[in-house]
Structures are given as structure tokens and as C-alpha cells.
Design a binder for this molecule. Structure first.
Ligand code: DON
Length: 594
């Protein structure tokens, strides 16, 4: 039985302005350059209308792109319309997001791409940032040996060697179809000629003023000469970023990792006490890795292996939950939320204990994702009582809330799920002088100091301690669902550690509760991460009586804001249509089909 989405209060209904478009027809790849023409994207981007939270997904016969920026979705969709495949469209969308969604879209960060080919084969591209060569386990301590949150999260030492350009280049070289230049040109043109600032970006840049204006290059790039923010509908031109994208367009990965861009980045590091050198940049490599795969009631769930913890933790939780009568209990009922929270508690403990870069240690992922292991964990879950979480073991670390996920399906059913990030919103907040792109602060995803595990939320376990060349542990969970050899859905989300739980709940909404994809995306979400021992629920979507029942079981229930933005695509099993479901929690998001 389909589950109705919870109604939203009027205030929130009015705030959403997700862009929803079905069919775009652009005849030739050459037409992509027209995207930079003033006015061509601006009408949508300025987004005057504020439609209510949608109940229906956008349908398209052939291809679909759903991302946090309608402008970027349009770029990707036009690549599809021009004969590119989903890999090409994902790359073009990713580059465009680096211009139009600077809080998380990037060329200065990193992420993961999960791919399912029409014949059912799967693969992943790991373009996670790496620790520079001068890194060490104690690099986040000050001169007295004391752990410093500032060094860890808010200094040029917190910048990892960026992976995005190398990841896109690897994906394109192995699986792309369109010419590389055609994939970078739209983004370069958007930066060069500018685009109308959409409403979400205008308010985001207003909120990020203090952070970004610490750095002269960030202030010059993203604010007016007097330091005031751009209003929605005003044109933002990012000239230095346009030139860097031009070098990437013309020189491929070398346009970023060598030559002018690399020297500018290395100079930025020298000026601000950062560690990344031109050698670190030249040596960066993206990697192709086998996807992790789990099953749930006949569905196949495909996701990212370490260095992301996302796929392993999600499959571990799905295995536990498969043994409970979820549908019978009812969606977001007290029983269901209790089972979710207890599964999360167990998987997040294992995440902290075992997971890190597989090139440096061998996490026991087969055991963690096995059905017998899940059975043993399920047996420890009481019917109506919350388990304890002990700070004597491992505790959680700092987590921010800014990353972005997008989903792409092409006419052949090739599916691409990409989550990438700068870590915090706008990363470190620093734009590289002369190169125009924002730096990540991803080194903050390494553990702070060996052995330093405490109740303030630090983890000091070995697998995720910084070392030269190592990739920091991630929670990003780009995912693809299939059944009987057919594509079912493409899902993912930002949200730090909440990502894993958000993605799992959207997946469960589709495969355990048979919800249509837009309702699956809209539905209220919960989060538990073992420590701190609390259960966070979104404000919308939960009955007060449910929260009371959970409290009676011993859960420390906190009502929070929005959790994640899961821009997803499902396939209509009857018609084969692509159903684009932008998450209305993201104001500038858009689904673009053709
Ligand atoms: O890789 C990770 O798990 C984090 N750096 C992601 C950060 C994040 O999702 C913040 N965003 N919403």
C-alpha cells in the first residue's frame, strides 16, 4: 500500500522553489555552449515561482538528471540530449555544480561515483581527497602536542589533495562517449559569462559571509566590491574559476594537477601554511574499485566501498532490518523507528571500529556485510528498549552538513550516482588566489589524534589516522538499486554521517514500503550514530505520539531540522520512464529529463 507523505506546514510549503522540468530538446552537442548565453538559463535560475513540495516525480522517456542546481541539471540533460551517455552527463553536471552550487559542487574537493551499466555490471570511481606527503598522525596537534580543532578543520592544513578532476577524467577515459571539451565547456562558460544567482544560493552566500570574507580571494569572487552579497536574480561572474575550467577543458587532468593551476594552488599553500605541494598534485590518482553489493528482500543494493563507510554500513543495517516485519509495523511507527535506530547504533559502532582507507588497512567488510553477522546483531535488539551506547568505546567526531548528491540515468539505462563534497559548506572557505576555486577541508574527516577518543566526540582509532597519501574515511553513500537484472532507482544524499541513514531510509521507502519515489524522498527521516546516544528526527513527518513512545523505550529523542537532500531517480517498472525526484529540502534543485 503506498504511504501518503506527511503534510507540510504552509510556511515550509511556500519556501520551496525546486525546479521541475520534464522535456528539454537541444539538437546538438555544439548547442551546449549556448548555455552560457545571457538569459538562456536565467529564467529558471531566478526561480520566481515557489511551488509547493511536489507529490509527483518528473517523468521523462529517455534520460534524466536530478541535482541540487537546476542549472547544472540542465547542463547534464543537454549532454544526454546531444548523444552523451550518463557518465558524460554526470561529469558535465559535476563541473557545472562547481560553478552554480559552490557550497559543495567543486573541483577543489573529492567524492565518489557509483555506476551500473545496462547489462547489470557495476563499478565505482573513488576520487576522494588524499593526505599530502607531509602529513603525519599528529598533524592536528599544536606545538604542545594538544589536539587542535582549528588545525583539523579550519586551516590550510585541513585541505586534502583534491580528487574531483582526476575522478571525472578517469570516468570519462574509461566509460565516456562525448568529447571531454564538451563536458567542461558549459561550466567554463557559465563561470565566464556568469549566471543569475538563484534564491537558495543568494541566501546561502548571505549566510556564509563571515566565513568566506576571511579570505580576500573568496570575498572578491563571491561578493560585490563593497562586500555585500548578490541578491537572487543578479548575475555572478567567476572569472578566475572560468579560466581554471578553461585549462581543464583544454588540458584535461593536467590542466588542474600541473602547470598554472597547480602552481597557484601550491603558492596558496605556502602563503597560508598548508601542506600540499606540486608533487602531491601531480601524484594524485583516482581509483576504480569494485562496488559493494547487498540484498534486501530480492532487491540488490549497490554502493561505495571504503574509503567510504557508506555502502558497508548501509548494507549491514539493511541486513539487520531485513529480519523485521517493517511494513507490518508501519512507516515511521515507533517500532520501525526503534529498529532503525538500533540498527544504526550497531553499524556506526562498527564503522568507528573498523573502517578506513583500504589501501592502508584491510577492513573486514565481508564479515560486516554478511547475513549471519546481521543475524547476530539483530538478536541483541530488544523489542521495546533502547540499548546503551558506551563512550568508553569509540565516539563520534565533528561533522558538517554540506555536500551534494546527484543522480543520472540515460536512454540505455546506464545509471550514475555521484556524491562529492568540499566537506564543510564552501569547504575551508578559501578560494585559491588567481585560480578561483574553493578549497576543501576534508582532512577533518581523519581522526584527530591517535588514541584520543573522548566523550566530546573525538575518535582516535587506528584505521582512520592521517598518513601520507591516505584517503580519509567518508560517509558518502551514492547508491543504486536493482531487481531481477533491472534498474530500480538511483539515490544518494549529503549530510555528513547522516548521509548513510538518509540514503538507507529513502531506499527502504522504495523497496520495503513501495512508496513512489517523490514520496520516498519527501518522507521524514531519522538519525542515530551510536554516539552521541541520541535519536534525531526531522520536524516534519513524525506524530507526537510516536516520539512519546520512543522516549518511553529509553531513546533520547531530539527534534531537528532537515536531514539530507536526496536527489533521486526511479524507473517506472511498467513504462520504463525515468522518474526524477528532486529533494524539496534543497531550494535550487532541479530534475531535467528528455
Ligand atoms: O565524506 C564525508 O562523509 C563528509 N566529508 C561529508 C560532508 C558532508 O556530507 C557535509 N554535508 N552535507
Amino acid at each position: 500500500m503506498p504511504i501518503a507523505p506527511s503534510p507540510l506546514p504552509r510556511r515550509q510549503v511556500q519556501r520551496h522553489s525546486v525546479q521541475r522540468h520534464s522535456v528539454l530538446t537541444v539538437p546538438a552537442l555544439a548547442g551546449l555552449l549556448a548555455l552560457s548565453a545571457p538569459g538562456s538559463l536565467d529564467a529558471q535560475a531566478a526561480g520566481a515561482a515557489m511551488p509547493p513540495r511536489p507529490t509527483e516525480a518528473i517523468r521523462a522517456r529517455s534520460g534524466m538528471v536530478v541535482s541540487a542546481s537546476d542549472i547544472a541539471s540542465q547542463v547534464g540533460s543537454q549532454v544526454l540530449a546531444s548523444g552523451g551517455n550518463a557518465i558524460d552527463a554526470a561529469i558535465a553536471t559535476g563541473f557545472a555544480l562547481a560553478v552554480t552550487y559552490p557550497t559543495a559542487g567543486n573541483i577543489g574537493g573529492g567524492g565518489f561515483m557509483v555506476v551500473r551499466f545496462p547489462n547489470g555490471r557495476t563499478t565505482t570511481i573513488d576520487f576522494r581527497e588524499r593526505a599530502p606527503g607531509a602529513s603525519s598522525p599528529t598533524m592536528f596537534t599544536d606545538s604542545t602536542g594538544t589536539y587542535s580543532s582549528r588545525i583539523h578543520h579550519n586551516s590550510h592544513v585541513s585541505v586534502g589533495v583534491p580528487g574531483t578532476v582526476a575522478g571525472f577524467e578517469l570516468a570519462h577515459r574509461k566509460y565516456g562517449k562525448a568529447g571531454w571539451k564538451n563536458l567542461v565547456s558549459p561550466a567554463a562558460a557559465l563561470a565566464d559569462t556568469g549566471f543569475m544567482v538563484p534564491t537558495g544560493l543568494a541566501s546561502s552566500l548571505t549566510g556564509a559571509r563571515t566565513k568566506l570574507q576571511q579570505y580576500a580571494a573568496s570575498r572578491a569572487a563571491y561578493y560585490k566590491v563593497d562586500g555585500s552579497p548578490y541578491a537572487a536574480g543578479e548575475r555572478l561572474i567567476l572569472a578566475d574559476l572560468g579560466r581554471t575550467l578553461g585549462r581543464i577543458r583544454d588540458g584535461g587532468r593536467d590542466g588542474f594537477y600541473k602547470g598554472t593551476t597547480a602552481s597557484l594552488l601550491a603558492a596558496e599553500m605556502r602563503k597560508h601554511g598548508g601542506l600540499i605541494t606540486e608533487k602531491d598534485l601531480a601524484e594524485y590518482e583516482a581509483k576504480e574499485r569494485a562496488a559493494v553489493r547487498g540484498t534486501f528482500n530480492g532487491y540488490e543494493v549497490i554502493s561505495m566501498p571504503p574509503p567510504s563507510s557508506g555502502g558497508v554500513a548501509m548494507i549491514e543495517m539493511l541486513n539487520i532490518l531485513e529480519g523485521f516485519p517493517l511494513k507490518e509495523a508501519g512507516h515511521n511507527s515507533p517500532k520501525y523507528v526503534h529498529w532503525l535506530a538500533e540498527s544504526m547504533r550497531r553499524a556506526f559502532r562498527d564503522r568507528a571500529m573498523y573502517l578506513g582507507d583500504p589501501d592502508f588497512s584491510k577492513p573486514p567488510i565481508d564479515r560486516l556485510m554478511s547475513k549471519p553477522y546481521a543475524n547476530s546483531l539483530r538478536a541483541t535488539i530488544a523489542a521495546d528498549k533502547a540499548s546503551p551506547s558506551s563512550p568508553a568505546d569509540v565516539t563520534q567526531g565533528y561533522e558538517s552538513d554540506e555536500t551534494t548528491h546527484y543522480s543520472v540515468v540515460d536512454k540505455d539505462g546506464l545509471a550514475v550516482s555521484v556524491t562529492y563534497t568540499l566537506e564543510a559548506g564552501y569547504g575551508l572557505g578559501a578560494v585559491v588566489e588567481g585560480a578561483g576555486f574553493l578549497l576543501n577541508n576534508e582532512m577533518g574527516d581523519f581522526n584527530g589524534k591517535p588514541g584520543l577518543t573522548d566523550s566530546t566526540g573525538l575518535i582516535g582509532t587506528a584505521p582512520n589516522i592521517a598518513q601520507p597519501g591516505k584517503r580519509m574515511l567518508s560517509s558518502m553513500t551514492p547508491a543504486i538499486v536493482a531487481r531481477d537484472g533491472k534498474l530500480v532507482a538511483v539515490v544518494g544524499s549529503p549530510g555528513g554521517r547522516t548521509i548513510i541513514n538518509t540514503v538507507m531510509q529513502v531506499v527502504l521507502n522504495i523497496i520495503a514500503f513501495d512508496m513512489p519515489v517523490q514520496q520516498a524522498v519527501n518522507a521524514g527521516r531519522i538519525h542515530h550514530q551510536w554516539l552521541p546516544n541520541r535519536l534525531t528526527v526531522e520536524r516534519e513527518g513524525f506524530e507526537p505520539s510516536t516520539l512519546e513512545a520512543l522516549r518511553a523505550m529509553g531513546h533520547d529523542v531530539r527534534v531537528g531540522g532537515q536531514q539530507g537532500t536526496a536527489h533521486s531517480i526511479a524507473i517506472d517498472a511498467k513504462t520504463g520512464e525515468r522518474l526524477g525526484a528532486p529533494d524539496p529540502r534543497d531550494r535550487d534543485a532541479g530534475a531535467r529529463g528528455n
